[in-house]
Each structure stands twice: as structure tokens, then as C-alpha cells.
Design a protein around this ligand. Structure first.
Ligand code: FCB
Length: 454
């Protein structure tokens, strides 16, 4: 057929979620309080006062959700483990009920022929560890390694794909500098310390997971949007380089053995974020962080343009792109498929990871069910189709992309935006917990079946 794009044999088509965004049951069966429980229960933090107490009720409905995954034909499912279900106080004795939940979920997925991709940390630190200083202190990295050990011992015989952290840059900057995510801290110096302990905890976890889960693939997921200067001016280009350094190179460089980028050490020092220099880096840390991994996971959503004399986060008012819902998703994020080809080529050719996965990509559109009970979310379908094609161009250029996870399987709790943003390919009615496969999910089913798009 004309213009048919076929993906590599065994390409892992998947969908992704995270524990706090879908599970609910925030205090059931011995689960401890996490920083997202605390943050969302604190008035003023989340749009409309929303919280994840019930969310998509997946803790109760997981079997139904696996059945829906099967209907879509997913080959893989990426989900995260709630640390507080396993170790309610962050460390110590494991809560068997928590382990049992994930063990049953993994068995259910395997029975359905779906490959489980486990993320150990998708932002929900035990509040007890936050009370001891959270990611800004080194002991939290030690606690994470113990937690990774407990989980990989329990599931390592069946789970063959492990992601240590999801988007440590978002945890660092939105959680500790901007304060718009849990734990809501606004302190650049603490943020930089947190970034180091996040990376260190990853490095310490990798060999433990390998020991407990022989033959498994282990990696980490970083967020990377396509960042571009709005003009050729030195000011715009410098700002872009700084923002890319802060959000990507600060994390990717040490993971690939290059240490912290020196321009960013200077930049953070200039901004007052390194009052004691790099005193938190101890002998051996950088080697641990550079522990070899099997893949890198990338989360890609949009292009970000930078202009030095305007708010970098407000491209809609700065640039005169078409003001259409197709061009700007409901998050206000720019629909820019070429950026996906760009980031895949950049990361592969620059850092040479053995393998890459797109661990998140998707769009927020709130299209509701029509009178026939269908959800005609054409804009999401078009977004995905153009991004799949963009990923395929990177594969043709030689990038070993091995799978693609659509964000998200279900409409869910979108952090500070609460339930106002719907990224799901499955509609969730948060009153009744009824689910409907959106048209994008039905289209995705045909993509997976054909292993390609036309
Ligand atoms: C990513 C997060 C994910 C989801 C999407 C929209 O940054 O990893 O949980 O919120 O954005």
C-alpha cells in the first residue's frame, strides 16, 4: 500500500500511567502517606482542590483495566509502584499487601500477554522521608536503594524491564525550586542537592536490580522537549543553552559518564544555587551515577521556544502561531512532531545509549463522549499519528528505538492541574468510574495490529 510506514519487528507498542495519578486507595491496606497525598490535601496547591484519593480507582479496577489493555492489543504497559504501599514509612519492613497488589498486577499482565514495564519512582516519596529532609539529603538515596532492592526481589523473576526514576528534572525543579509540585519547596540550592541524590539513588539501584532480576533491562526516563531559540540573537541562544543544560544535560551528562556540565556548574554558582559548591558530591558518586544502563526512556511532548526578553513559558503570547486546538493542546503545549525526530537523533548520536524507548508521548484534549457513547478525539489521533511518523523517521536515520508508550492509558489526575486535563486514550467518568475506549484507542489498536501506520 502507498505510504505505509512499518515499524521494526517486535516493536513494543504500549501505554503508560503512574501510581498516584490512577490508583486512588491512598490509605488502604497499610499504605503510608506520600508527599503527593500531603501536597494535594493542602488547600491551594491543586486546581479546583482536586486530589488523588480515588483518582481512576485503578487499585480496585485493575483487572478491568487489563481487559481494556487487551482490547486495545497493547504489547507493553508502563506503570509505577507506590513506594508507600511497599514501605509505608519509607524504609523498614515491607508491607506484604502492597507487594501482593503489584505481584497480582504483574501476573495479570503476563497472562494477558502484556510486557510489564515498572517505574520505581514516579514522584510519590514517602512523607516520612520528606520529614527527614527528602531528596535534599543523602539518606533518601540510601532508602531508595533499599526500596529498589525489596521490589526487584519480589518481582524480579517476572519483570524484565525496570525504570528507576521518571523525570528527575521535574522532581528537582518543579518540586524543589518552583514549588508547584510536591513537596512544594522553593529553594534553588536544595533543588540542586536533590538532583544529585536522585541521580545517585538511580546509580545505586541499578546493580541491585540487575542482581535480583537476572537478564532484565534497566534504565531511567528523562523528559526532553525540543528547545529552540526564537531568534539568532546571542541572548536567545544563551538562554536556550542554559535551559537545555538545566533540564536535560545536568541529568544526562553524569548518567553517561561526563560528570556535571561545567557551564552549568558556573551557571548555578552565578544564580546562588551552589552556596557550598559541590560539597554534596562524595568520592565514587559520579562513578555510581554512570553505572551502565540498557536503555534510556524519553518523555517528549512539545517544542519550547526561548526569547530572552519575554517569559520563556508563554510562547503563545510571544509567537504568532495559529491559535488552533490542533497546534496548541489543552495544556498549552505546542504540537510539534518534528521535535520528536530531533530529540531521538540528538540523544542517540550524542550519548549513544544501547537502546531507546519513548516512555511517554501524548496530548491533552477533553473531548467528551457523544450521544452514542463514542469519544471522537480526532485531534489526539492526529497528534499520535504524526508523532509515530516522526519517531519512524528517527528509526530510519539509525536510532535504535525499541518501543513507544502513549501517555496515557486512562484519563487521570494531572498533578497541579487535577482532573482538568485529559491525556487518556480511555475516557474515565470520575463520578461513576465508567471507562470508554476513545476513538484514538480504537485507531491505536489498528496501528498495533498492522505494526505501522498508513
Ligand atoms: C509528564 C509526567 C506524567 C504526565 C505527563 C503529562 O511530565 O511524567 O506523569 O503528567 O507529563
Amino acid at each position: 500500500m502507498a505510504n505505509k510506514i512499518t515499524f521494526p519487528h517486535n516493536f513494543l507498542w504500549g501505554a503508560a500511567t503512574s501510581a498516584y495519578q490512577i490508583e486512588g486507595a491512598w490509605n488502604k491496606h497499610g499504605k503510608g502517606e506520600s508527599i503527593w497525598d500531603r501536597f494535594s490535601h493542602t488547600p491551594g496547591n491543586i486546581l479546583n482542590g482536586d486530589h488523588g484519593d480515588v483518582a481512576a480507582d485503578h487499585y480496585r479496577l485493575w483487572k478491568k483495566d487489563i481487559a481494556l489493555m487487551k482490547r486495545i492489543g497493547l504489547r507493553a504497559y508502563r506503570f509505577s509502584i507506590a513506594w508507600t504501599r511497599i514501605l509505608p514509612g519509607g524504609r523498614g519492613k515491607a508491607n506484604q499487601k502492597g507487594l501482593d497488589f503489584y505481584s497480582r498486577l504483574v501476573d495479570g499482565l503476563l497472562e494477558a500477554g502484556i510486557v510489564p514495564f515498572v517505574t520505581l519512582y514516579h514522584w510519590d516519596l514517602p512523607q516520612a522521608l520528606q520529614d527527614e529532609g527528602g531528596w535534599a539529603v543523602r539518606s533518601t538515596a540510601e532508602a531508595f536503594a533499599d526500596y529498589a532492592n525489596v521490589v526487584s526481589r519480589a518481582l524480579g523473576d517476572r519483570v524484565q524491564h525496570w525504570i528507576t526514576h521518571n523525570e528527575p528534572a521535574v522532581v528537582t525543579w518543579l518540586g524543589h525550586e518552583d514549588g508547584v509540585h510536591a513537596p512544594g519547596i522553593r529553594n534553588s540550592a536544595e533543588a540542586v542537592r536533590a538532583s544529585h541524590h536522585l541521580l545517585l539513588s538511580h546509580g545505586w539501584a541499578v546493580p541491585l536490580i540487575r542482581r535480583n532480576s537476572p537478564g532484565a533491562e534497566v534504565g531511567i526516563t528523562l523528559n526532553i522537549n525540543w528547545k529552540a531559540a526564537a531568534s539568532n540573537s546571542a541572548a536567545d541562544r544563551n538562554l536556550t543553552r542554559e535551559q537545555d543544560g538545566k533540564w536535560f544535560r545536568w541529568f544526562a551528562d553524569p548518567l553517561y559518564g561526563r560528570g556535571y556540565p561545567s557551564d552549568m556548574v558556573e551557571y548555578f554558582a552565578r544564580c546562588g544555587a551552589l552556596p557550598q559548591g559541590l560539597d554534596f558530591v562524595q568520592a565514587g558518586d559520579m562513578d555510581s551515577i554512570a553505572s551502565p544502563t540498557d536503555f534510556i526512556g524519553l518523555n517528549y511532548y512539545a517544542r519550547e521556544l526561548f526569547r530572552a526578553d519575554a517569559s520563556p513559558n508563554d510562547p503563545q503570547t510571544v509567537f504568532s502561531y495559529p491559535q488552533t486546538p490542533e497546534h496548541w493542546t489543552e495544556m498549552g503545549w505546542e504540537n510539534y512532531p518534528d521535535g520528536l525526530t530531533g530529540i531521538l537523533c540528538r540523544v542517540y548520536f550524542d550519548y549513544q545509549p544501547p537502546k531507546l524507548y519513548i516512555t511517554e508521548n501524548g496530548a491533552s484534549y477533553s473531548t467528551p463522549p457523544d450521544e452514542n457513547g463514542n469519544v471522537p478525539d480526532e485531534l489526539r489521533t492526529r497528534y499520535l499519528q504524526t508523532h509515530f511518523a516522526a519517531a519512524h523517521r528517527a528509526i530510519q536515520a539509525g536510532v535504535p528505538l525499541a518501543g513507544y508508550f502513549v501517555w496515557s492509558l486512562l484519563d487521570n489526575f494531572e498533578w497541579a492541574f487535577g482532573y482538568s486535563q485529559r491525556f487518556g486514550i480511555i475516557w474515565v467518568d470520575f463520578q461513576t468510574q465508567k471507562r470508554i475506549l476513545k476513538d484514538s484507542a480504537k485507531w491505536y489498536r489498528s496501528v498495533i495490529r498492522k505494526n505501522g501506520i498508513s
